[in-house]
Design a protein around this ligand. Structure first.
Ligand code: NZQ
Ligand code: ZN
Length: 386
């Protein structure tokens, strides 16, 4: 096992009717900016619950953060934060609203002139404006990690940022929120969380027995609850296990002491930036090709995953590893998620070369757990995913 340090300061408040506990978490003298997305919270009652809990707090609001949080929109919120001397941020939404809020938490205290530098120059956020979240969509794990991904439509870029200053102070996870989530977003959430585990697991064995079993148990739980969540989002047992699995998939725990990959995300983010494809779907497009292309270096973990998660016990390591890739793709299909780029766009020609060029320009020339995934290999993987 590799050496590691682990600190996750986010307080999780989990369970039925927990949104009312907001009242206890926000400092009494805070001036709060409540941030939300396109308005789903106004239809499903979450907004009312939040406002009731905040009755005694000084609150302004900023709505309209789109899926794939857009830089230009966030700059409008940043102006309000500065003009109104906001001291505390509250994100009520899914990964996009939470990530947008993280950007704002960082930008609010950023001393440079161009907040985009935080993303383009990869500036780590050591300290941000304090913020909390009310999660409305289980998927990204953003509610308990310090990462954020921001989109800039003007340049068709989608870049990540982060740092120890960007953990939420608290996150409220009431699994009942999933009843209003459209099927498409439920399937996205399951796929995103599943792939988060794969990115931190599908590398090479390093003797981290516990981390491997943590990862496998999250995958098994997601596979078990997926059909139940899709069939009946009011099934609380399924909803609560779905929600906690998504959080645990990317709160840092399973990646400690093990090699990680994250190339599927790096490539997938480009497909969202270029074509607007939902984040989770880009992962389902890239993951199967990525595992086929890197078969030799990943086959031992692929075979372990085949045995322990999919109960494939027959055949050689190669047979099991191949079967595991097929099972993974079939799982995405079962969720209603297509796994080829051509299923989403007719204009896919040239995408592989474009992404490879972008990675070269950014100096992303050595991705993956062995730092050996060069842009030409990325190009081959994307072509395989057409
Ligand atoms: O905007 P509203 O009206 O709220 O509607 C949203 C949005 O249209 C809707 N929704 C959310 N909760 C709902 C609901 N509809 C009905 N009922 C509810 N309870 O769902 C749509 C999608 O929301 P979004 O927040 O975009 O989805 P998700 O949570 O999947 O977040 C995706 C974003 O997170 C980033 C992705 O790149 C993408 O930008 N990621 C963030 C990560 C992180 N910070 O750790 C890691 C991930 O890998 C990912 O990159
Ligand atoms: Zn993801």
């Amino acid at each position: 096992m590799n050496n590691f340090e682990f600190k996750n300061p986010t307080k999780i408040i989990f369970g039925k009717n927990t949104i009312e506990k907001l009242e206890n978490e926000i400092p009494k003298d805070a001036k709060v900016l409540l941030l939300y997305g396109g308005g789903s919270i106004k239809k499903n009652g979450i907004y009312d619950q939040v406002k009731t809990a905040l009755a005694k707090v000084d609150v302004l609001e900023f709505g309209g953060i789109p899926a794939n949080p857009e830089y230009a929109v966030l700059l409008e919120a940043l102006k309000i934060i500065k003009d109104e001397n906001i001291t505390y941020l509250l994100a009520v939404g899914g990964g996009s609203v939470i990530d947008g809020t993280k950007f704002l938490a960082s930008a609010a205290l950023f001393e440079g002139d161009r907040p985009w530098d935080i993303l383009s120059k990869n500036i780590r956020t050591e300290e941000g404006m304090p913020f909390g979240t009310v999660l409305t969509l289980p998927a990204t794990g953003s509610e308990m990690n310090s990462g954020s991904v921001i989109t800039r439509a003007e340049t068709k870029e989608k870049l990540a940022m982060g740092g120890p200053g960007l953990f939420p102070e608290f996150s409220i996870l009431d699994p009942q929120v999933i009843v209003s989530i459209p099927q498409r977003q439920l399937a996205n959430g399951l796929t995103d969380a599943f792939t988060h585990v794969l990115e931190q697991y599908m590398t090479y064995p390093i003797g981290a027995l516990l981390q491997d079993r943590f990862a496998e148990s999250i995958l098994q739980t997601l596979i078990e609850v997926a059909p139940k969540v899709l069939k009946d989002p009011t099934d609380y047992k399924a909803a609560s296990n779905f929600m906690w699995s998504c959080t645990m998939a990317l709160n840092g725990l399973i990646q400690k002491g093990v090699p990680t990959d994250w190339a599927v995300h790096a490539i997938g983010h480009e497909l969202t930036a270029l074509f607007g494809i939902d984040h989770a779907r880009t992962l389902a497009i890239i993951a199967p090709s990525h595992y086929k292309f890197n078969f030799e270096t990943k086959k031992e973990k692929l075979a372990q995953y085949a045995e322990r998660v999919w109960n494939i016990t027959e055949g050689s390591i190669e047979d099991k590893a191949n079967a595991a890739i097929e099972k993974t793709e079939a799982f995405f299909h079962q969720l209603g998620i297509n796994t080829k780029l051509s299923d989403y766009t007719k204009d896919y020609e040239g995408t592989a070369e474009n992404i490879s060029e972008r990675f070269t320009t950014r100096g992303w020339v050595a991705l993956g757990e062995h730092k050996s995934l060069s842009p030409d290999k990325v190009e081959s993987i994307v072509k395989m995913a057409y």
